[in-house]
Design a protein around this ligand. Structure first.
Ligand code: PMV
Length: 328
């Protein structure tokens, strides 16, 4: 095989209906379906080059990564090598354009960009479904960063039919995600460990059993642009996931006092008639969802809250794409 290189660009995403817990940790088959929106402008750009070197290498934002981080990437490269029937090792160079430690999970955009760039560099031309399945093996939420706009990841009955697809384009609804940064600390328990302990919570079964109902309400709210319906289901879903986290063994408490202060303010602003709601991933920062016309005022209000150190703003993003090398 001749030396081959490709660059992929993928957005981060924020789950509106959360994925928490796997049926199969190795295959990353989730216990429940999930829905997210891609975050425009918060991207990972990854270049994969297969070459004659003896080992895979990984560079993230200029720093070389070895150990577990590299192993996780090599596992995806192994899947690509097996499909393409090649043996070459690869250099992987990845850049996140969002601040490190800003509490935006980079694994979704990172594994989506890696799946796209790696498969292309290996000479494969995978479909969106195939890319979504491949990205899923690196990080479940990465399956949702392959398609564009508002995206649903169906749990599926097996590894083949567990993939994500677009339910509406970015143009469907001009939602804005304002991420209130209350802590730049690296989270203590990553989501891979978190998924593994989810079944220890007595609340997980109830959360999982109720998920088809929440998915349906969320999907319909997006298609009908019904903000009130979206707000109540998104907050309920986030609170249900955190209830599971808090009641797992070991217990996972991701919220900080400032997280709760932001959530309380958001609920009060909604009571005042504003289209606004919150959702929190496996970290302390609060994603505040609103519509374009309110974004500027919400940003000001968030910045005025004690404990909010910064606010990142993202609109609805498109699908993962290939870039000309050097382009981002
Ligand atoms: O893809 P992972 O393993 O990083 O898990 C993501 C888990 C949450 O961000 C908390 C929820 C979600 O659906 O994105």
């Amino acid at each position: 095989m001749t030396v081959s290189t490709a660059t992929g660009v993928a957005c981060a995403n924020i789950a509106l209906i959360k994925y928490w817990g796997n049926r199969d940790n190795d295959l990353r088959l989730p216990v429940n379906g999930s829905i997210s929106m891609n975050l425009d402008g918060l991207v990972t750009t990854t270049t994969v080059t297969f070459n004659a070197s003896q080992r895979d290498t990984l560079t993230i934002n200029g720093g070389e990564i070895t150990g577990k981080g590299l192993e996780r990437v090599s596992r995806i490269l192994d899947l690509i090598r097996a499909t393409a029937n090649i043996n070459e090792k690869a250099d992987v160079i990845s850049e996140n354009n969002f601040p490190a430690g800003a509490g935006i999970a980079s694994s979704a955009s990172a594994f989506a960009a890696l799946a796209l760039a790696g498969s292309k560099a290996a000479g494969l031309d995978l479909s969106e479904r195939e890319l979504s399945r491949l990205a899923r093996r690196g990080s479940g939420s990465a399956s949702r960063s392959i398609p564009g706009g508002f995206v649903e990841w169906q749990a599926g009955a097996n590894a083949e039919d567990s993939f994500a697809f677009s339910i509406a384009s970015p143009a469907q609804w001009n939602l804005v995600d304002l991420v209130a940064i209350v802590s730049a600390a690296h989270k203590t328990t990553g989501s891979t460990e978190g998924h593994a302990v989810a079944p220890t919570s007595p609340l997980q079964a109830a959360r999982v059993n109720d998920t088809p109902r929440r998915l349906e309400i969320c999907r319909t709210a997006i298609l009908q642009k019904d903000f009130n319906a979206l707000a109540s289901i998104v907050e309920l879903d986030s609170d249900m996931m955190h209830a599971v986290m808090m009641t797992s063994t070991p217990a996972l408490h991701y919220w900080k006092p400032a997280s709760l202060a932001v959530m309380t303010a958001v609920r009060a602003w909604r009571t005042d008639g504003r289209p606004i709601c919150y959702t929190v991933d496996a970290g302390a920062n609060v994603h505040v969802i609103t519509v374009e016309s309110e974004a500027r005022a919400v940003e000001e209000n968030l910045r005025a809250l004690a404990g909010v150190n910064d606010v990142l703003i993202a609109r609805v993003g498109g699908a993962a794409r290939l870039a000309a090398n050097g382009d981002s």
